[in-house]
Ligand binder design. Structure first.
Ligand SMILES: Nc1ncnc2c1ncn2[C@@H]1O[C@H](COP(=O)(O)OP(=O)(O)OP(=O)(O)O)[C@@H](O)[C@H]1O
Ligand SMILES: [Mg+2]
Length: 356
């Protein structure tokens, strides 16, 4: 008995320290695990039917005409497969992929070096392209349009500009914040693929596929259970699968049935809707502490012992997307779904109540 109490006591840490199970961005040390699970071809890529169709057309058309395809912008929240798709584009074109990222391109010279090394038909992938420094971005305009750049050599009045021809290439940019892209940059992409959150059905396929690669036996309903708690995000689905696998190896024979999946997700504090402890703490503060709101974000943050920015940027997007919290002019309001989620009866007139 004493043991159990101790274990439960140990779980009472600040919620954020545990918050990694359902975080959509890549966690430390996750890179290798993710690499092993990346689909390599469009065929293998699960879900995103619209993007897949569009890309098939863009790439197929260019291949038929024997030209390099238009530049492609991949836009969408973290963990939905932008980097994966960039690699797939190069694979489908049978060319090589050069990778860099916006923050790495501090000076125009950094970009010039990258561009001048490209071979004809290569794919240049710039991740987080909205974070590129201005001078590099301006150089990129001309590179995208005319496959040439002007490299400035020297400083002040003696500076000269040397034109540099580039091999025709395809730029693939990825961004989680397409709103932060400047107009001129956005206009130079021939095609923008908007990645969407995945259905539970598609995520179930993601989980089953990953389990196969990892050599784990998993029941279909267990895969579905993991999928339905993964917030529409394959990165989270793959991570939860790895956690559940660890649990099943310690507590069972390593194969995952529905019972093992549920027990593991309970240990890792991910509930049926994919909320973790911090999410539930926010709902609790909103509903039990403030009658469902409206209440300001800083008040909520104090109640759960977090920074307002954490509540706003880490918890809220999903609570809003899941239809549990609404942002109003006067503050945050819990919807009927949030009351139900905590096992409570929503008051008359709660947001999202069916009216008869
Ligand atoms: N359609 C898919 N099918 C199977 N696995 C996928 C799919 N999309 C993404 N994944 C897996 O999810 C993980 C994250 O994908 P990826 O790194 O491509 O996301 P991202 O959109 O680039 O994220 P970020 O914005 O953080 O860079 C990878 O391990 C990848 O294998
Ligand atoms: Mg990425």
């Amino acid at each position: 008995m004493a043991n159990i109490e101790k274990t439960e006591f140990n779980i009472q840490q600040p919620a954020s320290q545990e918050r990694d199970a359902v975080e959509p961005t890549q966690r430390e040390g996750e890179r290798d695990a993710e690499r092993a699970l990346r689909p390599r071809s469009i065929e293998e890529f699960i879900g995103q039917p619209k993007v897949r169709n569009q890309l098939n057309l863009v790439l197929g058309g260019a291949k038929q005409r024997g030209v390099t395809p238009d530049h492609v912008l991949l836009s969408g929240p973290p963990g939905l497969g932008k980097t994966t798709m960039a690699m797939i584009i190069a694979y489908e074109l049978g060319t090589s992929l050069r990778m860099t990222s916006g923050p790495a391109l501090e000076r125009a010279g950094d970009l010039a070096a990258m561009l001048s090394n490209l071979m004809e038909g290569d794919v240049l992938f710039i991740d987080e392209i909205h974070r590129m420094a201005r001078p590099a971005e301006e150089m990129l305009y001309m590179a995208m349009e005319d496959f040439r750049v002007d490299v400035i050599v020297g400083k002040g009045p003696g500076a000269t500009s040397i034109p540099l021809e580039l091999a025709p290439f395809t730029l693939v940019g990825a961004t989680t914040r397409s709103g932060m892209l400047t107009g001129p940059l956005r206009d130079r992409f021939g095609f923008t693929a908007q990645m969407e959150f995945y259905s539970t059905e598609d995520l179930t396929k993601v989980v089953l596929r990953a389990a196969k690669i990892l050599g784990v036996t998993i029941a279909h309903d267990a895969a579905m259970e993991i999928a339905s708690r993964s917030r529409g995000t394959p990165r989270i689905a793959n991570r939860l699968l790895r956690r559940v696998r660890d649990f099943a190896e310690v507590h069972a024979d390593g194969s995952i049935d529905l019972g093992a999946a549920k027990a593991a997700l309970l240990v890792f504090d991910v509930d049926e809707k994919g909320l973790d402890r911090l999410d539930r703490a926010v709902l609790d503060a909103l509903i039990r502490g403030h009658g469902g709101g409206p209440v300001g974000v800083s008040t909520l943050a104090i109640a759960v012992g977090e920074e307002p920015s954490t509540v706003e940027e880490v918890c809220e997007p999903y609570l809003v997307r899941a239809g549990m919290v609404a942002r109003t002019g006067r503050g945050r309001v819990a919807t009927a779904a949030a009351w139900h989620h905590l096992g409570l009866q929503p008051p008359e007139g709660a947001l999202g109540m069916l009216e008869f």
